[in-house]
Design a protein around this ligand. Structure first.
Ligand code: ZN
Length: 342
C-alpha cells in the first residue's frame, strides 16, 4: 500500500508518500481500508520527534481515521467485513489501576495510534477492535475522520474536568484549531457563551458563524479589558488554553474568582510566565486533560449520530498530497480540520 511516512525525524521535508507493506492483522485486531483521515497538530510533533520516544522507522503518521473493515483477526468479532468504522486513537493497557476504573486516559501505558505505533495516513491501518466504533448512518467518512480526537479531547476538558454548566462563560484562545473549534461546539451545546480570540479577522468571522458570542482580534485589542468589560468585571467561568506560553498569563487574568483554566496542549511553548498571587487570591482551579476515556468517546459519538455535534472541516486534500496538507496545517491558516481522502 501507499502511506504518508517518515524514515527519520526532522522538518516536513522528511515526509514521504511511498510504498510499504500492508499492515497485518493479529489477534483482537482489525484492518481498515482507509476512506478518510484527518491531520492533528500531533502529526507535526511526531515528524519533529518527541522527547524520550524512539519510534520504529519507517513510521506512518496519523491519529484519526475512518473507513471500511477489510479483515478481522482471531478473537475480533464485533465487526463484519465492509462495516463503516471510525477510530478512537487512545491505546490503553486495560490492566492498570486506572484502566480497571475505566479511566483509560490516565493509563500508565497510555499511547496513541500514530504517536508510538503505526498511524492512519495509509491506504490501510490496523488497530484493536476495541478502538473502533460504527460510523452513524448519516455521517460521511470525512466527518467521521475529522471528529474523534478533537471532540473526545474537548469533551473531557469541558464536561469531565471543568463540569461546564448552562450559562457558563467560556474563553477559548486561538480559535480555528481542531480542539478549539470542537470546544466552541461543545460550549454552545451545553448552553454556555463563547468568547473567542484569534489574530485573524477571517477566523473570527467563521467563529462567529459557528456560534461564538464574542470575538476578539488580540493583535488589535486588549482582550482582558474587553472581556472584563463584557462580563461586568467578573471574568469568565472557564478558560480553554491550548496555546501555552503566549496566552497563559492572560488566562489567569481572564478567569473569574473561583474560575477554571483547562489545558490539553501548549502549541506556543510549555513554560509560560505565570502569576501565583492571582492563582491563590482568585482561588483558581488549573486542570490538565488529555484525550478521553472510552465512555466519554461513546458519548461524543452518540452526539455525532444525533447531529448535535458536527466537526468543522476546513479543507480536504488527497492522501497522496498529505505533505502539502501538513505544510498547510503548519501555517495555521485553517479554521477547523484538515482532512485527507484516500
Ligand atoms: Zn492501563
Amino acid at each position: 500500500m501507499k502511506a504518508l511516512l517518515i524514515h527519520q525525524h526532522g522538518g516536513l521535508e522528511q515526509v514521504r508518500f511511498e510504498e510499504i507493506d500492508n499492515p497485518e492483522v493479529g489477534p483482537g485486531l482489525v484492518r481498515v481500508k482507509t476512506k478518510a483521515t484527518s491531520l492533528n497538530h500531533l502529526d507535526l510533533h511526531v515528524v519533529r520527534g518527541l522527547p524520550g520516544r524512539d519510534l520504529a522507522m519507517p513510521h506512518i503518521l496519523g491519529s484519526d481515521g475512518a473507513g471500511l473493515v477489510d479483515e478481522t483477526g482471531e478473537e475480533a468479532n464485533r465487526f463484519s467485513i465492509g462495516d463503516r468504522v471510525m477510530l478512537n486513537a487512545v491505546l490503553s493497557c486495560g490492566k492498570c489501576e486506572f484502566c480497571m476504573e475505566g479511566q483509560h486516559s490516565l493509563c500508565i501505558k497510555l499511547h496513541l495510534v500514530g504517536e508510538n505505533s503505526g498511524g492512519t495516513h495509509g491506504e490501510y491501518f490496523v488497530v484493536p477492535e476495541a478502538n473502533l466504533r460504527k460510523i452513524p448512518a448519516q455521517v460521511v467518512f470525512e466527518e467521521a475522520a475529522a471528529f474523534s480526537l478533537v471532540f473526545q479531547t474537548a469533551w473531557r476538558m469541558l464536561k469531565t474536568r471543568t463540569h461546564i454548566r448552562p450559562g457558563d462563560d467560556v474563553f477559548i484562545h486561538g480559535i480555528g484549531s481542531g480542539v478549539s473549534t470542537a470546544a466552541l461546539k461543545i460550549v454552545k451545546l451545553s448552553g454556555g457563551r463563547v468568547f473567542a480570540s484569534s489574530s485573524s479577522d477571517e477566523k473570527l468571522k467563521q467563529a462567529h458563524q459557528a456560534g461564538a458570542d464574542f470575538c476578539y482580534n488580540y493583535t488589535k485589542t486588549d482582550v482582558v479589558q474587553e472581556v472584563l468589560g463584557a462580563t461586568g468585571k467578573r471574568g469568565v467561568d472557564i478558560v480553554v488554553d491550548t496555546v501555552g506560553d503566549a496566552t497563559w498569563l492572560q488566562s489567569i487574568q481572564l478567569a473569574r474568582k473561583g474560575g477554571k483554566i483547562v489545558t490539553c496542549g501548549a502549541t506556543s511553548g510549555p513554560n509560560p510566565k505565570t502569576e501565583i498571587r492571582l492563582i491563590f487570591w482568585k482561588q483558581l482551579e488549573i486542570l490538565g486533560s488529555t484525550m478521553s476515556n472510552q465512555r466519554e468517546y461513546d458519548e461524543v459519538v452518540a452526539l455525532l449520530g444525533q447531529e448535535k455535534l458536527k466537526p468543522v472541516i476546513d479543507r480536504t486534500f488527497p492522501l497522496s498530497e498529505g505533505k502539502k496538507a501538513l505544510e498547510y496545517l503548519q501555517e495555521q491558516k485553517q479554521f477547523g480540520k484538515v482532512v485527507l481522502v484516500a
